[in-house]
Ligand binder design. Sequence first.
Ligand SMILES: NC(=O)c1ccc[n+]([C@@H]2O[C@H](COP(=O)([O-])OP(=O)(O)OC[C@H]3O[C@@H](n4cnc5c(N)ncnc54)[C@H](O)[C@@H]3O)[C@@H](O)[C@H]2O)c1
Length: 391
Amino acid sequence: MNHAMPAKKELRIAILGYNFMGKAHSNAWLQAARFFDLPLRPVLQVACGRKEGAVRAFADNWGWKNVETDWRKAIAREDVDVVDISLPQHLHHEVAVAAARAGKHVFCEKPMALTVAEAEVMLCEAEKAQVVHYLNHNYRRTPAVRLARRFIEEGKIGRIFHWRGAYQQDWIVDPNFPLTWQLRKETAGSGPHHDLNSHSVDLAHYLVGDITSVSCLTANFIKERPLPSDGATAFAAGAGGTTARGAVTVEDASLMMVEFANGAVGSFEATRFAPGRKNRNSFEIYGSEGALVFDLERMNELQFHSRRDPEHAQGFRTILATEACHPYINHWWPPGHVLGYEHAFTHGMVDFVASVANGTPLEPNFRDGVKCIRVLAAALKSAANGRKEWV
Ligand SMILES: NC(=O)c1ccc[n+]([C@@H]2O[C@H](COP(=O)([O-])OP(=O)(O)OC[C@H]3O[C@@H](n4cnc5c(N)ncnc54)[C@H](O)[C@@H]3O)[C@@H](O)[C@H]2O)c1
């Protein structure tokens, strides 16, 4: 008797970019199929990068079947269903539009694009082509953040008054850190404002609601840096600089104040100049009935204060969001066997595959991305005007 299960239909992926996000995504595509019962079987079909030797080594390590050195060829392949954009953001627009026009589903890294106009075209083309489009604001998919959203929906913190977001890192405090693509306007759009505030604005939209107006201050602390030698990448402080120097053309810090449609107000701080803060994506939300606090450096925990607790017992409690009843957890480890950075990526892949297979709604998508980029762009306009106006 043959007990073989019927083979699942394949979902063949092309990944563009093979460094930080290339690794995070490769791992997540693999783990998604191992830990979750997916309706389709992700196949690591093609890895694409400009340097053949490097992309081949990457493909061999992660199990990608083929390699390409031109992203246009990777997208055009008939054996590809999904284009995974793990490239710097100046390429997102052109690549996502080409992918949608070729009828490929798009899994795209954040920030969505450099400008509102680019983001709007990406959304328009993806909707016209009726492909699944996803923007990887991965922090929405940590169990503790999902739990925060559930508490808000259940009314546990009541009417929201305040959002306080701070996304702090410290990887470019050293003035000799090289001028990588993240520090140039033409490749990054802006500095931590696009890179980090993009995540924070997405979380604020997800947890509090739409932002309607913004005022912003930006600062630049280091004006010039050594030009990078070939191979210098972010997160390797001091690595690979040459003696020639070039201008830093993005801000080093961004501080925003916002109003939400529901009457709440908020502040956002994004910086790579906060020594000791490695990847501190944190928020505090205060409402009429209580408060929620999250910090990615302690990502399994959600702090919750309830004004409904008996007065003598009030105070912040720390919930370890690793019980089987918490989102996604029953697919992983027993309670208390904590999750890490990579798991939120895996959850993104799981929900993406379900959306392709069953048409289930998927967020954040390019519509959410356009909203996010609009806030970021309005903030930069305010900063350029010396904060004389709310935009
Ligand atoms: N979701 C997150 O938490 C998160 C974290 C880090 C970065 N990101 C985003 O992911 C994207 C990629 O960032 P990264 O940190 O992986 O960058 P990276 O510099 O580590 O890798 C970029 C990759 O793109 C390749 N590349 C650059 N130009 C190319 C071209 N013209 N054709 C083909 N390949 C090209 C590089 O060779 C490299 O493999 C960025 O948009 C970034 O903002 C998201």
